[in-house]
Design a protein around this ligand. Structure first.
Ligand code: AMP
Length: 584
């Protein structure tokens, strides 16, 4: 029988009924290729197909066909790069399996309290859809076991790799002793994707459907949605998550290039500004340092970046999107040169998502909405980075020869485990400190935080401002003045009280310092605006960073917060705290 309809597939009848109900009539090309194979012989496969080709059903239907509902443990895992995709996959698979009584498909992803997800996974769903980071959180808390897992699907594998989850994927796959079938789906076939296949799959078959190839297909366009006041923190997070970065950060104005760069430098990052207010000599010097890899990123304006002629740029980061979409293509074209691949990341506010759509049309490529990594993901990323650095280091033959005996004596009584723990601890403790209570920077998820108590970040702070009715303000005008002067969302300002000579208003704790800093630079009718917290700060309110550059490491030692949590179990680096480096 020719297998070109859903009813001709030898599939559980409940599934055929469900997809008929959904109105699926003919299988899509990837479904036609993959479903019959996986139904009859669920061996390892690679499917090259983009989103929108029907790939979820291509693996989802065979997966549900093979599930044993009577068995109460996790049998199938679908790994996907973002929480959005996780939710979509879970929804889609639940629809396919709607008529399979007893079937449970659970999605786990970051950005929401982990408690509810722990309860869900402990009740043994047969299928779990997960982002790598959250799954590892659950593994470390021993909330989930992958011991009986037979089927693993890697969805959008290229995207997971571009987002830096290679080590996480490796770790997960290494912890699946019963895994028999690995199905990998990816829009593109890069060496890294092939690498996963080589490490974890056997005798796989490849199926591909024609992708809408475009000009600069080596660039992965990613965007990260955060609220305006979290832009800088997001940049830091992205830099910390890309320890080997060699990139250009684009700002819109010379002042921003200077400010962002200075802030990063103070925190120990090896960056430099590059803009038109610097004379030629200074710019040449910066370029020399960049080309020598003494700098890992430039913070540049569009005009100044025109002269940059470097082939190995790994990342272009748009700290702000350019006004003109054409300029975006110039910026992103700085990476993925000479046949290499590259990543162009844009930090956008929720309002700017429409600009992304506009640019997408211009570059004729789909942009990937990516999650801003959480603290645990950053720490893990850097742990693996150091491991790799140690593995590939080539010290000179006579390095420290003179001290060799002394060093041996020093460590003679220390066992290897202890030594490794101590070395890694020394390397990572600043990152662990900095991310101990890091907030979720993804817009829409911020105030949900993780299941912790309220910190300054998610309680309100009352601010005093030295303008009032005498200056022509009422509540509405004051909110307008505040939001326009600082570019924050109007919804952030609350409980405004306007008095004769002064006013008060509430803002979220994590935005307070930003607003104070930005409004205090403004003048109203020639008078300097002054702001301060109306209430006593809880515990000091020291400003600034410890500073200090971190040797050969890209990220410095800003040591924001005390304590550390990267022990046997990496707990969620959850609740929000602090803003732009201020310490409590
Ligand atoms: P995906 O590429 O898996 O993200 O699927 C894209 C969309 O196409 C989803 O909304 C699916 O529900 C839908 N879809 C998948 N397969 C079919 C099909 N054979 N016929 C009609 N719609 C489909």
């Amino acid at each position: 029988m020719l297998m070109n309809t859903f009813s001709s597939f030898p599939m559980r009848e409940e599934l055929t009924r469900a997809i008929t109900d959904l109105g699926f009539e003919t299988p899509t090309p990837i479904q036609l290729k993959v479903i019959p194979h996986l139904l009859e012989n669920p061996t390892d496969i690679i499917g090259l197909a983009q989103t929108g080709t029907g790939k979820t059903a291509a693996y989802g239907l065979p997966l549900l066909h093979h599930v044993d509902i009577s068995v109460k443990h996790v049998q199938c895992l679908v790994l996907s790069p973002t929480r959005e995709l996780c939710m979509q996959i879970q929804e889609e698979m639940s629809k396919y399996g709607a008529q399979m009584r007893g079937l449970r498909v659970t999605a786990v992803y970051g950005g929401v309290p982990i408690g509810g997800q722990i309860r869900e996974v402990k009740s043994n769903p047969q299928v779990i859809v997960a982002t790598p980071g959250r799954l590892i959180d659950l593994l470390e808390r021993k909330a989930i076991s992958l011991e009986h897992l037979q089927y693993v699907v890697l969805d959008e594998a290229d995207e997971m790799l571009n987002m830096g989850f290679r080590e996480d994927i490796d770790l997960i796959l290494k912890n699946t002793p019963s895994r028999e079938h690995t199905w990998l789906f990816s829009a593109t076939m890069s060496n890294e994707v092939r690498g996963i296949a080589k490490r974890f799959m056997k005798d796989w078959k490849e199926y591909s459907v024609a992708a809408a190839n475009t000009t600069n297909e080596n660039i992965d366009h990613q965007y990260f949605v955060t609220n305006h006041h979290n832009r800088f923190e997001t940049l830091r997070r992205l830099l910390d998550f890309a320890p080997g970065i060699y990139g250009i950060i684009f700002t819109r104005t010379k002042q921003d290039a200077q400010d962002v760069s200075e802030k990063l430098m103070k925190m120990g990052y090896h960056v430099s500004p590059l803009h038109g207010d610097m004379d030629q000599k200074m710019r040449s010097k910066v370029m020399e340092r960049f080309k020598n890899r003494q700098l890992q990123a430039l913070v540049a304006t569009d005009v100044a970046a025109r002269g940059i002629d470097v082939n190995d740029i790994t990342h272009v980061i748009n700290y702000e999107l350019p006004d003109d979409p054409e300029v975006y293509t110039h910026r992103s074209g700085r990476t993925a040169r000479a046949g290499k691949s590259g990543i162009c990341m844009s930090i956008v506010s929720p309002k700017q998502i429409s600009n992304i759509r506009q640019i997408e049309r211009l570059v004729k490529q789909k942009f990937h909405k990516s999650d801003i990594p959480d603290g645990a993901e950053v720490v893990r990323k850097r742990l693996f980075f150091y491991l790799e650095q140690i593995a590939t280091a080539e010290p000179q033959a006579d390095f420290a020869k003179l001290y060799w005996d002394t060093m041996h004596e020093q460590f003679a009584d220390m066992d290897k485990d202890d030594l490794i723990r101590k070395l890694m601890w020394l390397q990572l403790k600043d990152t662990i400190d900095a991310y101990q209570d890091s907030e979720d920077l993804n817009a829409g998820f911020e105030t949900k935080g993780k299941d912790r108590g309220l910190s300054r970040g998610n309680r309100f702070v009352r601010l005093f401002i030295n303008v009032g009715e005498k200056d022509g303000f009422n509540a509405g005008k004051l909110v307008q003045f505040i939001t326009e002067s600082t570019d924050i969302e109007p919804g952030i300002v609350d409980r405004v009280t306007v008095r004769e000579m002064s006013s008060f208003f509430n803002v979220p704790g994590d935005a307070a310092d930003y607003i104070i800093e930005h409004l205090s630079q403004k003048k109203h009718k020639g008078r300097k605006v002054r702001l301060e917290e109306a209430e006593q700060r809880s515990g000091g309110g020291g400003v600034g960073y410890k500073g200090g550059s971190g040797g050969g490491d890209f990220r410095g030692k800003q040591g924001q917060r005390g304590g550390a949590r990267f022990s046997g179990d990496v707990k969620s680096y959850g609740s929000k705290e602090g803003f732009k480096g201020k310490r409590r």
